[in-house]
Write a new protein. Structure first.
Length: 279
C-alpha cells in the first residue's frame, strides 16, 4: 500500500501525540498550518518544505484537532492549547529557539506564541494571518461552516485561490476525502461554531502586546484574499515596529501554493539574513 505522505513522525508535545514532519538540517523553522477543513501540515506546506529544507531544519506539525495528530477526549480547542502544543513540540525536540511561519489560523497562533514566549522565536513570518480583530469575511465564514461534500469543497477551493485553474476536481475530491477521515469533521465543527465572529476574536492578540513585539517580522498577503482581508496584514505591519510587508498581486489566500517559488525565496532570504547576522 502507498504510504500517506501526510503522516510523518510522531512525538508527544505537551501531552498530545503529535504528527509532524522534520526535514533538513540547520537552524530550525516551525511551519504552522491554517484551519481549512481536512487540512494537515503536509497539505499546507508540501511545496514549501523541500525548498526551505535545502538550507535549514523544517518542522511542520499537525496542530491538535487537525490532520493526524491525536484528538484527546475533552480537549479544548483554543489558543492556549495550540500554543502549549507548539512550545511542547519544541521542548520535546530539544529546540530552544526557532523561526516561526504561520499561515492564516497558524499566523494567529504564531503571533500569540511570539508574544507569550518571545525568547523561543528568532524571526516571525505571518502569511494571510489572523491574530487581529476584523469583521469576519463571507469566505472565512464559509470555510469554518463547511459541511462535507465534494461540491462544497470545490466551492471552498475557488474561494481560497485567485487562479481557479489551480483548483482541480481531483484536488477537491482529495481534500474532501481528507475532511471525512474519522474524527476530522467532528473536531472541526467544534472549533469555530456560529456565530463565527467569536472565532475571529478568539484568535486575536491584544494591540498593545503586538506593538510590544521586538522580533524581525515578515508579513505576507495575497491582494485578492477572500478569506483573511489584506487590511489584517496592513495593521500588523503598522503595529510591529520591526516588520516588512510583501503583497502578492493576483493571489488569493494560498500564497505558498499560488506563488510557490516566490514565497519560498522570499521567506528563505528573510531567514538567511538572520543566519548571517548570527555568524
Amino acid at each position: 500500500m502507498t504510504q500517506n505522505p501526510e503522516i510523518g513522525q510522531s512525538i508527544v508535545a505537551n501531552g498530545i501525540n503529535t504528527n509532524y514532519h522534520d526535514v533538513g538540517t540547520g537552524f530550525p523553522v516551525l511551519l504552522v498550518h491554517g484551519s481549512g477543513p481536512g487540512v494537515s501540515a503536509w497539505a499546507n506546506w508540501r511545496l514549501t518544505i523541500p525548498v526551505l529544507a535545502q538550507q535549514r531544519r523544517v518542522i511542520a506539525p499537525d496542530m491538535v484537532g487537525f490532520g493526524y495528530s491525536e484528538r484527546p477526549k475533552g480537549v479544548r480547542y483554543n489558543l492556549d492549547t495550540w500554543v502549549a502544543q507548539a512550545v511542547g513540540l519544541l521542548d520535546s525536540l530539544g529546540i530552544e529557539q526557532a523561526d516561526l511561519v504561520g499561515n492564516s489560523f497558524g499566523g494567529g497562533l504564531a503571533l500569540a506564541l511570539a508574544i507569550r514566549h518571545p525568547k523561543r522565536v528568532r524571526r516571525l513570518v505571518l502569511m494571510g494571518a489572523a491574530g487581529v480583530s476584523f469583521p469576519i469575511t463571507p469566505g472565512l465564514d464559509a470555510v469554518w461552516g463547511y459541511q462535507p461534500s465534494i461540491s462544497n469543497m470545490r466551492k471552498l477551493l475557488d474561494v481560497f485561490a485567485f487562479d481557479r485553474t489551480l483548483m482541480s476536481d481531483e484536488l477537491a475530491e482529495l481534500r474532501y476525502k481528507a475532511s471525512i477521515q474519522p474524527g476530522f469533521q467532528e473536531a472541526f465543527e467544534s472549533m469555530f461554531p456560529a456565530p463565527r465572529q467569536n472565532g475571529v476574536e478568539a484568535l486575536a492578540s491584544r494591540e498593545q502586546d503586538i506593538r510590544a513585539l521586538s522580533h524581525e517580522t515578515l508579513v505576507v498577503h495575497g491582494r485578492e484574499d477572500q478569506v483573511i482581508p489584506l487590511s489584517n496584514s496592513l495593521t500588523l505591519a503598522q503595529w510591529i515596529s520591526r516588520s516588512q510587508l510583501h503583497v502578492f498581486g493576483r493571489c488569493g489566500h494560498w500564497t505558498q501554493i499560488e506563488h510557490t517559488a516566490r514565497f519560498a525565496q522570499l521567506v528563505g532570504n528573510f531567514l538567511t539574513e538572520a543566519d548571517a547576522l548570527a555568524t
